[in-house]
Design a protein around this ligand. Structure first.
Ligand code: HEC
Length: 131
């Protein structure tokens, strides 16, 4: 009987220890790994954004009548990691935060293009003091 209690206690402690040891970021879905490094060409990112995303996300990613602003705390890196941008472009986005409808995949935008776009958007988010 006592043994069972001790065993249960050990298991509980092990699980609790794991919870503290595993870094917070690894437990969050999507992770927070930044795919965008420094030295991003902001002018290129801006041009690509203008061509492919601005129609809906607005000039300076401030939003438009067809899509939400990406310079918004919803889209800071801890909530929408850089990977979320790749997925949005590749697979589209089902409406969930706003009432603009779904975002369709954006064809013809490569991973390298998205990397530049994310660099541009992260820079705007930083300038706006979002993170
Ligand atoms: C035809 C309109 C349209 C275009 C073009 C568009 N988007 Fe979107 N996007 C949306 C809408 C609408 C949402 C919001 C969906 C919601 O959460 O309700 C969205 C959401 C997103 C999100 C959030 C994804 C998530 O997981 O919640 C990201 C990131 C994003 N867009 C990036 C981009 C990028 C980068 C481009 C250009 C390559 C782009 N979008 C082009 C309409 C568009």
């Amino acid at each position: 009987m006592n043994r069972k209690i001790i065993l249960a206690a050990v298991v509980i402690m092990a699980v609790a220890a794991l919870f503290f040891i595993v870094p917070r970021s690894a437990r969050q879905t999507g992770g927070t790994t930044a795919l965008v490094g420094p030295n991003i060409d902001l002018a290129k990112g801006r041009a690509l954004f203008g061509k492919n995303c601005m129609k809906c996300h607005g000039p300076g990613a401030q939003g438009s009548g067809e899509g939400p602003p990406l310079v918004h705390r919803y889209y800071e890196p801890n909530h929408h990691s850089d990977a979320a941008f790749y997925l949005a472009v590749q697979r589209g986005v089902r409406q969930h935060h706003w009432n603009f409808g779904n975002m369709m995949p954006v064809p013809g935008v490569s991973q390298a293009d998205v990397r530049l776009i994310v660099g541009y958007v992260r820079n705007l988010q930083k300038e706006a003091g979002i993170y």
